[in-house]
Write a protein of this length. Sequence first.
Length: 179
Amino acid sequence: MIFRTRRAAAALAAVVVSSMAAAGCGIAPTGVRDGGEPAVGFRPSVRLYFVSGARLRAVTRPIPSLTLKETLDLLLDGPSAYERKRGLRTDLIADVQGPLKVSAGRARVVITLPAPKPPYPTPRPELISTDLSMGQLTCTAAGAVAARENIDLDAVTVVFRRGKIGRPESFHCSEFPRG
């Protein structure tokens, strides 16, 4: 019986000491604070890459999940009026406009661009250049696959083909200036 009384007294002393320590911690009590809107969880969105100055800039649009092809079609539509007001533009070259053929695996995307229309300039230009238009396509496609597969953006290789001419070229998003 004495043992139980001592244990109960020790427990009561621990509660009193911890209460005193909490009361004397130097933090003044506050009233109820508004913490904003409640958390809503995951909101589906799509990330597109447009150009600002000489860099790529990502924009997130709250759109339900899209296929990779639908995401690239949205990129081809260009920035919204609001995004243009923020100084964003597209550098997609005229011959990129048009039907893209797209296929994707876990960490690889193949984009087949429309073949250039004759007459071809002499000498024939490089198949793909590393300008910001290719960066827009690379980062947007890589971002869509990375989000779907839950992998790093730069783990995705994007391969470009230009119709049946030339050799395919591959890029990673990190090869393009972003900001």
